[in-house]
Every structure is written in C-alpha cells, then in structure tokens.
Write a protein that binds this ligand. Sequence first.
Ligand code: SER
Length: 326
Amino acid sequence: MKMDTKVLVIGANGQLGSVLTKELRKKYTIENVVASDLKENDNQKGIFEIIDATDRNRIQEIVERYNITQIYHLAAILSAKGEETPLATWDINMKTLFNVLEVSRNNNIDKVFFPSSIAVFGEGAPLENTPDDAYLNPATVYGISKAAGENWAQYYFMRYGLDVRSIRYPGVVGYQSMPGGGTTDYAVDIYHKAVLKEEFNCFLKEDVTLPMIFMDDAIRATIELMEAPKESITVRTSYNIAGISFSPEEVVTEIRKLYPDFKVNYKPDFRQEIASRWPSSIDDASAIKDWGWQPEFNLKAITEIMVQKLQEKYKKGMPNKEILTF
Ligand code: SER
C-alpha cells in the first residue's frame, strides 16, 4: 500500500471534472492532484498535464512520473453530441476506458472512478423509481458505451481485483462550469438565459421529467463513494443515485418567481426522443444502504443558488462560455 494518495483526473476541464478537481485539491492538497485534459486550462492553480486518453502510453507516463494512486476518468462524449458520430463516440469512450483500466491494473492503482449515467436505461426499464438492476437497453451510443463500461469495470474488479467504483449520474446542474453535448444540459443553459434576460429555446417538451442533481451533491456523492470502505461496496457495475426529478416547466415556474417575464419557447428536437426513454425518477436504495447517500438540494434551493451565483458572475463580466470555471 502506497502512503500518499496521488490523484490523476482525466477530463479535468469538463463540467464535473473542473469542479471535482478543485474539491480533490482541497482534500488531498494541491501537490497531490494532477489535472489533465486535451487542452491546458488556466482557470485553476495546480499541476496540469495534457493527456489524450486514447494514448495509453501518455497515461502510463504521467502515472509513473507522479506515482499516481487513484484515477478519476471523466473524459467522454455525451449523449446528444455522441449521436453525430456514433462509431467515433464508441471508439473514444471505450478506448479511453480500456486505457485507464489497463494502466491501473499494470500499476497497482488503488482506486479508479468511472462515471456512468442514467443514459444506460431505455425500453424495458421502469420509468419510475428505476432500480440499479433494471434491464439496460440504451438507445444512444453514449448509453451503450456506459452500459458496456460498467460491465468492464465489474470485470476488472472480479478478474483482477481492481477497485473500480462508479455512479450513474443524473443530469448535473451547476453554476461553476458549462456542460457540453448532453440531453440534460438544458437545465444549466436555462439559468444562464434567465439571468441574461434572454428568451430560452427549450429542445425538450415542457413536461418531460428527468432525474437531476445539483453539482455540490454530485461531487459529494463521488467523494463519499470513493471514501467508502471497500467491503461496503456491493455494486460493482454502477450505483444509481437520485437527486431530484423535474421537468422544464417546473424549472420555469421556479425561475419566474425571480424573473416573472422570463420567456420560453418549446422546440423539441432529437434530444426529446433521447429524454423520453430515460427514467423520470431513480431508486438509489443501494447507495443509501452501502455508503449513506443522501442528496441535499431541491429545485427551489438549486434555482436560488444558480440565479444568485450567475448574477454575481455576469456582473463581474462574463468569462468565455466554453470553459467556465468559477
Ligand atoms: N447529462 C448526461 C447527458 O445528457 C447524462 O449522463 O448526456
């Protein structure tokens, strides 16, 4: 057992990665967390290395150079974006995962985190209170890659004893970073438009209810799962976690309490098809039982925080919307 925890975050510029990296640096100190992504990001202080995770040798080199003991592999092409180039999405999502699993196995990495998603569900799974072990019948290439990835995570645990842990994230809503290419991303964009006093064109129907989670809850869940004693982890594919469930019209109702003139046009596109096959609520009994999961933020709290933080940010002058790290 190595003494110090040395963390490598792959995909550290992304929606979750940028916030998680900050939190991990608070927890393990700035010297013990290596952020990596395809491009440098000046928004955070700390060690940064360019890694294209399709290049296994590059991951190996960085793991050796920093004596890495934990890897968070967050790089992936998401649900909506992935549909533009299905085979390339499969290649990228799977190749990067295999590279991380192989490097981890060969270097005796203590723990690996692999994010999965509600996108693993589809026809055949109950739409309400979908359990962990529901039938997986994903309809997007992203969902297929996550369902396969979960099984590979479990395989590496069973076959090689590699301690891979995983969460099926609901749609993540946060003010700290911009998402990219997801179906649940409307629930971030809508707050930006409200605060900017712009109209919002919603690509989903008003009444499609999806499982969502506030960023702070998502980050806390990740760290709680990674800190849980190994013996208590009973799900080696991926844990369902629930935050809250809401539809676009429910968000609009909350936003209009603060911005009564907020205008929304519903223009559903192919993403509506994707969303219609996803659960509307999640049964997370195993996460509650195994590592004590409990979300803290409801829609009212999320809306108040999103609006307040984005107002502050826009007042200071809006940074580049592509990479937004607060
Ligand atoms: N937020 C993701 C997406 O919409 C779901 O994991 O693709």
